[in-house]
Design a binder for this molecule. Structure first.
Ligand SMILES: [Zn+2]
Length: 211
């Protein structure tokens, strides 16, 4: 009886250790600015940098207009398949003088589980479509969902992109505009701010924040 109790406790302990190991791995993969698997830029040397992920979308032109009104430059991390859908909007981002970055071709939920070959293809296909529509150089990559693992790191060493993360996550895809604006109020010099031009509400958020 006593031995069986000990075996059960040992099994629970092993399960607990496995859970902890998984939790630590999850934390390291989802926090690219910890730079555990790969170096990442998470601050600028100077002013605040606004970054917009997941476009180009039908909302991007309005965001471009607001940025123009405030003479504010930004970086847009574009998804390859969205550039294929909205090549003219991608060209508009470049025409406004903003930087563009690579945010994978598919933005698949399973990006982190893809093979090395497939990840390299995603990155190169996105570079190709960006260059086809006017980008001269694509220096930065931001992984979908900000997830970095050893395979993605290996792929980036082959493609030569630098990873850009963020220091302020606006949570504009999750929270109400009121909460997002409160978060943006605290940004300071050298911050890189994560926003999404794929979301309608971001138009109003960035308008209110910059005014
Ligand atoms: Zn994204």
């Amino acid at each position: 009886m006593f031995i069986r109790y000990n075996v059960i406790m040992l099994n629970f302990f092993i399960l607990f250790l496995l859970f902890c190991a998984f939790a630590v791995l999850f934390y390291l993969c989802f926090n690219l600015c910890l730079q555990f698997f790969h170096p990442a830029i998470c601050h600028t040397d100077g002013d605040v940098l606004y970054s917009f992920d997941d476009g180009p979308s039908i909302y991007t032109p309005q965001i471009l207009e607001i940025l123009k009104q405030h003479n504010q430059k930004a970086i847009f991390f574009c998804i390859g398949k969205n550039i294929a859908t909205h090549p003219e909007i991608f060209a508009e981002i470049l025409a406004h003088g903003h930087q563009v970055g690579n945010h994978s071709f598919s933005h698949s939920n399973f990006f982190g589980f893809k093979s090395l070959k497939d990840i390299i293809k995603e990155i190169q296909d996105t570079d190709d479509i960006m260059k086809k529509h006017g980008a001269v150089e694509v220096r930065y990559f931001r992984p979908p969902f900000g997830v970095i693992n050893p395979t993605i790191s290996k792929a980036l060493k082959r493609t030569g992109h630098s990873v850009m993360g963020w220091s302020v996550r606006s949570f504009d895809t999750v929270f109400s505009e009121k909460i997002v604006l409160k978060r943006l109020k605290n940004i300071k010099k050298q911050d890189i701010v994560l926003l999404h031009d794929s979301k309608f509400e971001t138009i109003s958020t960035i308008r209110s924040h910059l005014k």
